[in-house]
Design a protein around this ligand. Sequence first.
Ligand code: SAM
Ligand code: SF4
Length: 333
Amino acid sequence: MAPLIDPFARPISYLRVSVTDRCDFRCTYCMAEHMQFLPKKDLLTLEELDRLCSTFVRLGVEKLRITGGEPLVRRDIMTFFKAMSRHLETGALRELTLTTNGSQLARFAADLAAVGVRRVNVSLDTLDAAKFQAITRWGRLPQVMEGIAAATAAGLRVKINAVALKGFNEDELFPLLDWCAGEGHDLTFIEVMPMGEMGEELRLDQYWPLKVLRARLAERFTLTDLAERTGGPARYVRVEETGQKIGFITPLTHNFCESCNRVRVTCTGELFMCLGQEDNADLRAPLRASGDDAALEDAIRAAIARKPKGHDFDYSRQKVAGQMTRHMSHTGG
Ligand code: SAM
Ligand code: SF4
């Protein structure tokens, strides 16, 4: 079967799927406090998610990341992970992973490890319980810490993702680094993105460019750029003094679009070919129109044929250009 190759000769080998728009947190940069969630009938069922992901795997996707909303609050989500593990067993899928806020990891870490998940990304912006509560609105730090410990105990590698927020976690740069080094977790910083309808000013106020963060790190440590590329917006450095690997995700720069190997599907089955563009394809209609996957496959191929070259986010003029009205929880970060 012909693999998925986009018009810029980029093979599509990485799929990120949001399995729910719901979440048990309300992070200020991600959601409004009172969110209107989608009616259940609009969401893909677990069976539909299975057909969708399996079709992508047949078309050459080798890495599947489950996200949300909070993926572990979706009812019976382990049934879906278990189903996906069959693609790991055949070797078609090289990696099955998830991005989580960690709140439910204590419950699920062992089950995830048992179905073949090897690594999890846990989002954690601060180690201070009061600040954690302020930024997540509904989250409790000890619960997440327990989840992370459970993941480690289950043999999962943990990567911490921290959104870099000016005036919020600037002062925790080194404490976060030290904690991750002590626990053996990789650490990646994410630049805050202009998603959702939270006023421009607020987002610009929060914008802590990773260039600045990196310069701060370099004052204390020797940083060596690593050649490692993931096809995504992450760049890695090694901290020579600790041996730690630190990632920087700078979605606002264009330096990663050329090697983009990924697409995203929302929990309602919209396929977004680029995180920063509105164009999308409805995969739910072909999924529901027939039990055979031919129409679904055609819809996927037609969409990949329009994958754009890159996105238009731009903070450089001190005004958010290319701003998306979607929330991150909708597309799945
Ligand atoms: N609930 C899970 C979690 O928090 O990890 C998965 C979904 S969440 C939308 C995925 C990632 O997106 C998280 O690491 C979160 O910090 C990040 N994120 C959400 N809104 C963002 C924004 N406006 N800018 C940058 N990253 C954002
Ligand atoms: Fe929930 Fe993750 Fe969004 Fe926070 S970033 S509100 S945990 S989906």
